[in-house]
Design a protein around this ligand. Structure first.
Ligand code: TYD
Length: 223
């Protein structure tokens, strides 16, 4: 059985991931690829139910461990209900945030034990490692400015967006460290460029990866 392709989009706040995912999905659909766009936390009915608890800050008083477990619960449901079935059908899955967000937000800036985070990741993704991860890199001050502009000044920042610039800076460094440690999976995209330039970079990277994919590079189902 030939599998599809699983691409995740990661980075700090206001990096423009959602816009770029939509643009890429349209281009791929125009080329007749079967594309599924999804996001975390959420993406499946069970995970969407947990999303509100996390982003409203309702889980914050119970500490980062509790939040990390909830992100993992949501991810496990999303993987098993949506991502894995789509990839096994041969679809290209574009996912707005995934395991690297937990590594960075809960693991690094949440200060959680790497062994605990590693164990949670293993259970949550259950082998569903992204084929490709695009890390959108932007100066956090600029990213937060964009995020505020997008949201409008009436609505407040969510649980994670509202944290200090210093924390966002540490997240930026942590995402870059993941990219440096796993260059075969990760590509860093300069998200400070204008949207058309970013789109060109993303399109070139993704289509190059898809075109070099031969049957031997595709994952085979067990048996
Ligand atoms: P959301 O409003 O969906 O989006 P954006 O990706 O545009 O920032 O917010 C998701 C928030 O949840 C974001 O602040 C990052 C955080 N998050 C984690 O802390 N850990 C995770 O594992 C995931 C998936 C997200």
């Amino acid at each position: 059985m030939v599998h599809g392709f699983f691409i995740t989009f990661e980075g700090g706040e206001g990096a423009g991931k959602s816009t770029q995912i939509e643009r890429l999905a349209s281009k791929m659909r125009a080329k007749k690829y079967d594309v599924l766009v999804t996001r975390e936390p959420g993406g499946s009915p069970g995970a969407e139910a947990v999303r509100h608890v996390l982003l409203s800050g309702a889980a914050e008083p119970f500490g980062p461990r509790m939040e990390a477990l909830l992100f993992a619960a949501a991810r496990s449901d999303h993987v098993e209900q949506v991502i894995r079935p789509a990839v096994e059908r041969g679809s290209i899955v574009l996912c707005d945030r995934f395991m690297d967000s937990s590594r960075v937000y809960q693991g690094v800036t949440g200060g959680l034990d790497p062994a605990f985070m590693g164990a949670l990741e293993k259970v949550a993704i259950n082998g569903m490692v992204p084929d490709m991860t695009l890390i959108f890199d932007i100066d956090p001050a600029e990213g937060l400015r964009r995020a505020t502009a997008r949201r409008g000044t009436d609505a407040g920042a969510d649980r994670f967006e509202k944290e200090t610039l210093d924390i966002h800076q540490r997240r930026r460094e942590a995402f870059l460290a993941i990219a440096a440690a796993e260059p075969e999976r990760c590509i860093v995209v300069d998200a400070s460029a204008d949207p058309d330039t970013v789109e060109n970079v993303v399109t070139a990277a993704v289509f190059a990866a898809l075109e070099t994919m031969t049957p031997a590079h595709r994952k085979q189902a067990p048996g």
